[in-house]
Design a protein around this ligand. Structure first.
Ligand code: DQA
Length: 142
């Protein structure tokens, strides 16, 4: 399958930012873990991170033209207020899983709302980096 993982703002700072919340593994470790899993299981995976909303939207639109078959997205803080990202996700009929490393429901109230989740097939929350792998299993039907 052709898969795309999108990570939003500050996720490139994994292992540096708020380690008590997001853990000590860095962004490169996450990317390597996902690339190795995809390769082992015979999937093609593109991983992209941006701190810019528009770049994430561009990737979602490209996914349509590139015939991507599954999207895993951690929109970071955009989760809580980006209607533009919601609309981009809603525009493409591709199965999509929203992932949050931390349990957003145990945190500040502004994190309890996801405006992007209604445009996704489902959501993985609070399972650490493992959430991305479980999302991949769901999309690939494993
Ligand atoms: C996050 C949760 C968001 O509230 C936060 O802004 C992030 C990361 C997570 O993976 O737990 O940047 O999406």
């Amino acid at each position: 399958m052709k898969l795309l993982v999108l990570n939003g703002p500050n996720l490139n700072f994994l292992g540096i930012r708020e380690r008590g919340i997001y853990g000590t593994e860095n962004y490169e470790t996450l990317v390597t873990r996902l690339q190795e899993k995809a390769e082992r299981e015979g999937h093609t995976l593109t991983v992209f991170q941006s701190n810019c909303e528009g770049e994430l939207i561009d990737k979602i639109q490209e996914a349509y033209y590139d015939k991507v078959e599954g999207i895993i997205i951690n929109p970071g803080a955009f989760t809580h207020y980006s209607y533009a990202l919601h609309d981009a996700l809603a525009s493409v009929e591709i199965p999509k899983v929203e992932v949050h490393i931390s349990n957003v429901h145990k945190r500040e109230s502004f994190r309890h709302v996801s405006v992007t989740a209604p445009a996704c097939t489902g959501q993985m929350v609070g399972l650490g980096l493992r959430g991305y792998e479980l999302a991949m299993d769901f999309l690939t039907g494993k």
